[in-house]
Design a protein around this ligand. Structure first.
Ligand code: GLY
Length: 272
C-alpha cells in the first residue's frame, strides 16, 4: 500500500457511502387543535402521543435511518406530520403548498432541513398539495385528487418531474384524507390498498394486497428498505402481509391517529 506523505491519503478507493436520513419533528404541544376532515375530534393525550412518536423514531433508527429530529413547533398543531411539507426524490425535493392554510407555515423549516441534501423547487399558488397525496413507485408518481391537492399542483408536479423521466398519474379518492391513507407501498411493485377509498384502476400492472374489509384504515404503511413500519391495531391486515411474505414491525399509534395521521406522515425518508 502506498501512503501519500503529504495528506495522509492511503490510496485506497472508497465506495461513496449512502446514508438513509429520516427527518422527523417533535409533536407540537398544540396538536389538540389539529386539522380534521373525516374524523370527529377526540381528546389527545400529549404525553402518550410523544411516547408513540419516540417509539416510531426508534423503529426508524433500528432500520438503519439517521433520524434528524426537528424541534417542536408550539404554534403549528399538525407540524409533526412532516411528510406533507415536501416530496423528496433522488434528483430533487419539491416543497409543497399544503391544502390547509394552517399548515402552510410548516414548509419553511422543512426546506431548511432539506437544503444540504437536494436542490429544491416549490409549488406555487394556486396549486395546493400535501405530501401525503404523493406515492412514488419507481419512476411513476401517483397523486391523489383530494380535498388538499388540486389539479394545478398536479400539473406543476408533472412539469417539474417530466425532465427527470417520471410519469405522473392522478388517482381519484373518496372517503379518506390522503392517497397514502388508502394505499401503501409494501414491497417492490406491491401495494396495500383500500379499494373503497382509491380507484384501483390507476395501479394496473402493480401487485395489490387488499386490506381486511373490517379494517378500512389499515392501508397506510411505511416501507423502509425491505421492512414495513406498520400501525398497531390492524391484526387481520397484518396477517395478510405476513402471508404475502412481507415483514412488518409494529408501532403504537392510538393518540397520533386521532389527529388523522398514518405511519408515513411522521417522517421524510431519503438516501443521501
Ligand atoms: N391532521 C392532519 C391533517 O389534517 O393534515
Amino acid at each position: 500500500m502506498q501512503w501519500n506523505e503529504n495528506n495522509g491519503d492511503t490510496g485506497v478507493r472508497r465506495e461513496p457511502c449512502t446514508v438513509r436520513i429520516a427527518i422527523t419533528r417533535d409533536v407540537s404541544p398544540a396538536i389538540a387543535r389539529c386539522e380534521l376532515t373525516h374524523l370527529a375530534r377526540e381528546p389527545i393525550d400529549l404525553d402518550r402521543a410523544r411516547a408513540e412518536h419516540t417509539e416510531y423514531e426508534k423503529r426508524l433508527a433500528d432500520l438503519g435511518c439517521d433520524v434528524q429530529a426537528l424541534p417542536a413547533e408550539p404554534d403549528l398543531p399538525d407540524s409533526v406530520f412532516v411528510e406533507d411539507a415536501a416530496v423528496v426524490l433522488p434528483e430533487l425535493a419539491i416543497i409543497t403548498r399544503p391544502g390547509a392554510e394552517s399548515r402552510r407555515p410548516e414548509t419553511a423549516s422543512i426546506a431548511e432541513a432539506l437544503a444540504p441534501y437536494r436542490t429544491m423547487i416549490a409549488i406555487e399558488a394556486p396549486g395546493t398539495i400535501d405530501g401525503g397525496d404523493v406515492l412514488v413507485v419507481d419512476r411513476t408518481v401517483y397523486i391523489g385528487r383530494s380535498e388538499r391537492t388540486n389539479e394545478n399542483a398536479i400539473a406543476q408536479f408533472r412539469a417539474a418531474l417530466a425532465p427527470h423521466g417520471y410519469t405522473v398519474i392522478p388517482v381519484t379518492l373518496s372517503g379518506c384524507l390522503h392517497l397514502k391513507s388508502a394505499v401503501g407501498l409494501v414491497g417492490p411493485g406491491t401495494l396495500l390498498i383500500n379499494r373503497d377509498w382509491a380507484d384501483a384502476s390507476a395501479f394496473d400492472g402493480l401487485r395489490m394486497i387488499d386490506v381486511d374489509p373490517g379494517e378500512p384504515r389499515a392501508a397506510c404503511a411505511l416501507l423502509v428498505g425491505d421492512t414495513v413500519v406498520y400501525p398497531a391495531g390492524f391484526d387481520r391486515t397484518r396477517a395478510r402481509l405476513t402471508r404475502a411474505g412481507i415483514r412488518a414491525v409494529v408501532v403504537p399509534v392510538s393518540e397520533l391517529a386521532k389527529a388523522e395521521s398514518g405511519v408515513t406522515c411522521c417522517s421524510l425518508i431519503f438516501d443521501t
